[in-house]
Design a protein around this ligand. Structure first.
Ligand code: NDP
Length: 495
């Protein structure tokens, strides 16, 4: 039972539903500035929203555990992976990307998969998606991409013209567009959805060796998707359909589970591989790099309070543990800056202190202190500068930064080259895997038909005939017949 009611500074108070008024008989009266309860209640209400995430605003979240199922000591020295059966608590937040926090969650969109593993060597964040690739490979395009999927600056409404103008102007995203307009663009349930790291990461070992990896998270329940018509119907009937589905299943004890796999690539293979493995628009084909299971994920507990547990959660690819390291994917490198920066803006500079973000291991980082909303002991009188001889800092292991086995910044990669602008120039290679996916859809009866229908209903909203021609041309480069069908079905919808 909660304690007796008080004001926010602790004063016991006898009534929470009446303002203090100078009354004239039984009629209305004047409220008083001295009514602290009224003033504080109104003032707090005006401030109870924090900035919504610019992307990934609409979400569901839950707690669970990651369990190691297979030995992977040959791949990484990460402590949370070092023993079969070892369990690590996790928080998972699954979102759409473009639409706002109150939007319908069954609309066609990529779905974000943000997972915090509270390991015994600090937090590891997996900030993934339900697609294995992405729309762009140069991070400078990230804000433009997202704005083109959002509201038009004049009409305040999403615009097919803006969407397709961006994508025909930045066609390296064709592979991701193929994923988006397939059935997987409208999952029927978050429990029946896969997720992928997309980026290449590294598993590292204490001896300084490393391997490149990509992570695959596959639902044990099987993938299930809505067709466009059903997804649209649910968007109207219950805009929180996917949120409710996940919450209700967990509440009933029907815990969703996923298998966690990695694809593994040796550094020497990466140098000679036919595709740039740091290009986020490409997958590693399964037959070249088979999946190897490392673990299993179970969600088993709903949040007690959505705001404190999920809305205040902050995830970033820069949140890492020893044994796990970033690759030279430019998108990943840029996200490692942008995500914590977004959290500092949205939640404040001390966002790591919030209970949902706080590591489950002791933190000792006295060289970052003070700042707004610091509600820790702020390291008391510990030195606030490095190199103190008065009270020296101790380390878990003594070694140089960079080769420190506890550091994620291992020294095994040597980079040298000319400074130049990263190029997103299109090559025929950019269509190869998009064509591969078109063929994969062909294995599932009716899927290619649904794909053309999903896409044509979207492209039919494009007002400019020149722009529509560019879209047909883009998809003709994936498959000539696909382009032709898209053109005829789209133009038929416009007549
Ligand atoms: P395979 O021919 O070995 O297998 C195809 C894979 O496609 C499946 O394993 C499945 O991945 C995935 N898939 C099946 N149906 C769909 C769908 N409707 N939408 C999206 N993905 C689907 O694959 P390859 O590795 O040779 O790649 C062929 C194409 O498959 C790629 O161009 C890529 O677009 C797609 N794909 C590849 C992935 C990879 O990492 N190699 C991952 C996902 C898709 P899953 O079991 O993960 O659902």
């Amino acid at each position: 039972m909660p304690g007796p009611y008080t004001l926010s500074e602790g004063c016991p108070y006898a009534n929470n539903a009446t303002s203090v008024q100078v009354r004239n008989g039984s009629g209305g009266g004047l409220v008083l500035l001295q009514d602290t309860q009224l003033i504080e209640t109104l003032a707090h209400f005006s401030r109870e929203r924090i900035p919504e995430r610019v992307v990934h605003a609409k979400a569901a979240g839950a707690y669970g555990e990651f369990e190691v199922t297979h030995d992977c000591s040959d791949l990484t020295s990460a402590s949370f992976l070092n023993t079969i059966g070892k369990k690590t608590p996790v928080l998972l937040r699954i979102s759409t990307v473009g639409p706002e926090r109150g939007s319908a969650d069954t609309v066609r969109d990529v779905h974000g998969w943000a997972m915090k593993l509270y390991t015994d060597e600090g937090n590891l964040d997996w900030v993934f998606n339900n697609t294995p690739v992405f729309f762009v490979r140069d991070p400078i395009k990230f804000p433009s991409l997202n704005r083109s999927h959002k509201r038009h600056p004049r009409t305040n409404s999403p615009s097919a013209d803006m969407f397709w103008d961006f994508h025909t102007g930045n066609p390296e995203g064709i592979h991701q567009l193929m994923h988006l307009f397939s059935d997987r663009g409208t999952p029927a349930s978050l429990r029946h959805m896969n997720a992928y790291s997309g980026h290449t990461y590294k598993f590292t070992k204490e001896d300084g060796s490393f391997k490149y990896i990509k992570v695959h998270i596959k639902t044990q329940l099987g993938v299930k998707n809505f067709d466009e018509e059903t997804a649209t119907k649910f968007a109207g009937q219950n805009p929180d359909y996917l949120v409710d589905d996940l919450f209700d299943a967990i509440e009933k004890g029907d815990y969703p589970k996923w298998n966690i796999y990695v694809q593994v690539m040796e550094p020497e293979q990466a140098e000679n591989y036919k595709w740039n493995i740091f290009d986020m628009t490409k997958v590693w084909p399964h037959h070249d790099f088979p999946l190897r299971q490392i673990g299993q994920l179970t969600l088993n507990r709903n949040p007690r309070n959505y705001f404190t547990d999920i809305e205040q959660a902050a995830f970033s690819p820069s949140t890492m543990v020893p044994g796990w390291a970033p690759s030279a994917d430019p998108m990943l490198q840029a996200r490692m800056f942008a995500y914590p920066d977004a959290a500092r803006y949205r939640l404040g500079v001390n966002y790591q202190h919030l209970p949902t973000n706080h590591a489950k291991v002791p933190i000792y980082c006295p060289f970052q202190r003070d700042g707004f909303m610091n509600f820790t002991d702020n390291y008391g009188d510990d030195p606030n500068y490095v190199g103190s001889s008065l009270r020296p800092t101790t380390f878990k292991t003594e070694s140089r930064v960079g080769t420190n086995k506890l550091s994620t910044l291992t020294e095994h990669e040597k980079w040298a080259g000319e400074i130049s602008s990263f190029t997103s120039e299109l090559t025929p290679q950019d269509f190869e895997q998009a064509t591969g996916l078109w063929k994969v859809l062909g294995r599932d009866p009716g899927h290619q038909d649904r794909f053309v229908s999903n896409l044509s209903h979207n492209v039919a909203k494009v007002t400019s005939s020149d722009l529509r021609l560019k879209v047909y041309d883009l998809f003709s480069r994936v498959d000539k017949k696909l382009g032709d069908r898209l053109r005829s079905e789209t133009e038929a919808l416009r007549t």
